[in-house]
Structure formats: C-alpha cells, structure tokens
Design a protein around this ligand. Structure first.
Ligand code: PLP
Length: 408
C-alpha cells in the first residue's frame, strides 16, 4: 500500500518535536504558503526569520538560475576565486563599518557561531567565553554550549568548557569580563527569548569593557539582521559596532547560509598557526551566494526596510486586547505576550485553522511570534491582527464578554 507523505514524514524523517505542525506544503508565493488541499496561509513567521522578501522572489530565482548556468560547486571554500562569492563578500562589507571588512561564508547560523568562537580563541589566545542567558546561537555542540538552559544541554554533555552566563541587558554584569575573557557573544535583539531588544546602555557597557580588556565582542544578528528592525543590521540603531558579526537566515534570501564578518587582520589568523583554521566544503556555495547577493540588492532597491517602522506601529496599534500583557520587540520582530503556553498554543492553533501561520518561542512559550516577510502589506497586517484577536477572544471568553470592543 502506498504511504501518504504524512506517513513518510513521520516514519522516515527524524522528528525533533512531540507535536510537529504537520502542514503539508504544496507551494509558497509572496507572503503565502499553500497546502496540498489548496488552502492559503498568510505567513507571519517567514520560515523563522528567513523569507524577508516573501517566497519565490523573481530576481533571486533568476540570479540562482544564471549562476547554475555558469557553474555549481567547484572546490571547497577558500581555494578558487568564484565571482558569486567575491561579489557577495564585497557588497556585504561595503554596507558595514570599516573594521568588518572580511567575510567567511558558511552553511548555517550555528556553524557561523562555531567559527566565531574559534576565531575569538585564536585571535586572543584566551579560552573563557561570556554569553547571555536565554540567548540562542544554534544547536551544534559549540553553539549549544552557549545555551543557558540545562534542560537542553544535560543529555549532550560534555560540551565546551569555559562558558559563563550573564543576564541580558544587565550592565553590571560587565564586571565578569576580564583579561581571561576571549569573547562576549550576544544577540542585538534576543530572538528565542521572545524578541527582547538590547538596551543601548548594555551594548555600550559591553563595548567599553571589551575595549578595556582586549576581549572580542560578537554580535549575533543571524535573526535580527537584513532589515527586520528597520535598519540593515540592528546594531546600527545604537551605533555600537562589534568585532565579529554573525549573519544567516534572511541573508540567504531563502537559501541556507551563515556568515562571520570581522577584520581581515583577525580572519588572517585562520590561515596560520594552524593553517586551515576552519574548513567547509560547501560554505559560500556559488548558487547560494548568488541568491544572497540578489536578495541584498532587492532589499536595498525596494526600500522595504524603510516601511518596517510604520508596519510595526500598525501591528502595535491593532493588537490591543485585555488578554495581551504587552508586545515586545522591534520592527518586524514582535512578540505578543499572553499568560500561559496552553492558552498561547490554543490561539496559535486557531490562527493556523484560520489561515494564519505563527509560532511561539523556544524560551518564551507564552508569546506569539510575529516575524512576517517585510513585504507584508497593510491589508495583510489588518487581516492577521483580526485573526489573532478573534482567536484571543475565543481562548479568553471572560475578557471578550466583558468588553464588546473585542468581540468580532
Ligand atoms: N543565532 C540566532 C540568533 C538564531 O536565531 C539562530 C536560529 O534560530 C541561530 C543562531 C542558528 O542558526 P541555524 O539554525 O541556521 O543554525
């Protein structure tokens, strides 16, 4: 008997969650996903912060096809000169402060995290690392070591030694940075903590203390980069520049990518003592590099970034309800704070049934994730908020019956 795709998925694909969403995708175009029954879903999470330009951008597809016609993989990263890689690296660095002038292209965000830690150790000759509580930097052994939650780590120990955690946005914690600290790594908007922007004072304190102690400051903008906060990189809001920048997710315009950006002087250390300080076969794959470059061009030409603030305001204006405790985040990285996971899950499942895809967060399961493609329109934002409020009304009947304004 022929098995359904759902049966094949559950039987032959490794499962990571006890309750996968099990939406069977037939296609994705613009701001919508379409399932195999033909039902359309407005995408409010962009494949977790990846599809900033919507699904299937024509210019990105053309750039990939053009590159496919030239060549695909030809050699491991760092040996042959390939135009797709050099164009991407040159464009990316032209958009960054002067010290961030050299790029190592990788396959994923977690890999970028690993390379950044190795680079910091190699450059400083030190071993101790400081990370923030409730940060998420990926799932490989090294990136997992930066996860402050023992629940996720205990089964996989031993992990990297020498890692300590500080509270995010606690400027007093900088006392823990000393001459033995090789790097401090932080997100600029904490993602999986439920979209919490860093305070300028915190970033400034980290920058100053890192300067005093010769510690490298790493900003992980894998989730917050590429225009989602209204600037190309979230660190630009406060003008505090890291020594190492991590990018991924939306950088690939729908294709898998990771990138470490630092100074050429720092990066040089990966080619000596030892040589081959980091190797990757597929990092900087030419077809993906071509997609990423086209994605940057589309983002810059479209001026989508400049509409982010107005779209944030519209979400915040419409999402008002007594059951909503607050809305955290910045730009189109927003989180609706409810009371419990059970209620949140109920709202999220109702939204899904109503054709709206959203999600919760790894460390904040009482929050609804709002991270749509930047191409989301005003009408679509209104539609999304209506569906969210309808489902909040359903899940919190006491609130809606006491307040006519919220019954739809
Ligand atoms: N860093 C941040 C801030 C992330 O949000 C993620 C993924 O969610 C990662 C790193 C890991 O990226 P990847 O899943 O591509 O390994």
């Amino acid at each position: 008997m022929l098995l359904t795709n759902r049966q094949l998925f559950l039987r032959h694909q490794a499962q990571t969650s006890p309750f996968p969403a099990l939406l069977e995708i037939a296609g994705a175009h613009g701001n919508y996903l379409i399932d195999t029954s033909g039902k359309k879903y407005l995408d409010l999470i962009s494949g977790i912060s990846v599809n900033s330009l919507g699904h299937g951008n024509e210019k990105v597809k053309k750039a990939m096809i053009d590159q496919l016609n030239l060549h695909q993989h030809v050699m491991v990263y760092g040996e042959f000169i390939q135009g797709a890689q050099t164009n991407l690296s040159a464009t990316l660095t032209s958009l960054l402060p002067q010290n961030l002038n050299c790029v190592y292209l990788l396959n994923s965000g977690a890999e970028a995290t690993d390379v950044a830690l190795k680079l910091a150790k190699r450059v400083t000759g030190r071993r101790n690392i400081l990370a923030c509580k409730h940060a998420y930097h990926g799932s490989t052994h090294a990136a997992l070591s930066l996860n402050s939650e023992e629940y996720y780590k205990q089964a996989f120990r031993p992990l990297l030694p020498g890692i300590s955690f500080i509270n995010f946005n606690d400027s007093n914690a900088i006392k823990q940075i000393n001459e033995d600290t090789c790097c401090v790594i932080t997100e600029v908007v904490q993602g999986e903590a439920g979209y919490i922007p860093a305070d300028k004072l915190f970033l400034r304190a980290l920058r100053n203390r890192c300067n005093e102690t010769g510690t490298l400051l790493i900003f992980d903008e894998i989730q917050s980069g590429m225009g989602k906060t209204g600037k190309l990189f979230a660190f630009e809001h406060d003008g505090i520049v890291p020594d190492i920048l991590l990018l991924g997710k939306a950088l690939g315009a729908g294709m898998p990518i990771g990138a470490v950006v630092s100074s050429q002087q720092h990066m040089q250390s990966l080619s000596e003592g030892p040589v081959l300080g980091h190797l990757t076969t597929f990092g900087g794959h030419p077809v993906i590099a071509a997609a990423a470059l086209a994605g940057i061009e589309v983002l810059l030409e479209s001026k989508l970034m400049y509409q982010v603030e107005a779209k944030e305001i519209l979400f915040r204006t419409l999402l008002v309800h007594p059951a909503i405790k607050s809305i955290s985040g910045k730009g189109l990285m927003l989180a609706v704070v409810l009371d419990t996971f059970e209620n949140n899950l109920n709202v999220i499942q109702g939204c899904m049934a109503d054709g709206l895809i959203t999600d919760w967060f790894l460390f904040a399961d009482n929050r609804i994730r709002i991270a749509p493609p930047l191409t989301i329109t005003t009408v679509e934002i209104e539609m999304a908020c209506k569906v969210i409020l309808k489902n909040i009304n359903r899940v919190y009947p006491a609130f809606s019956s006491s307040n006519k304004l919220f019954s739809s």
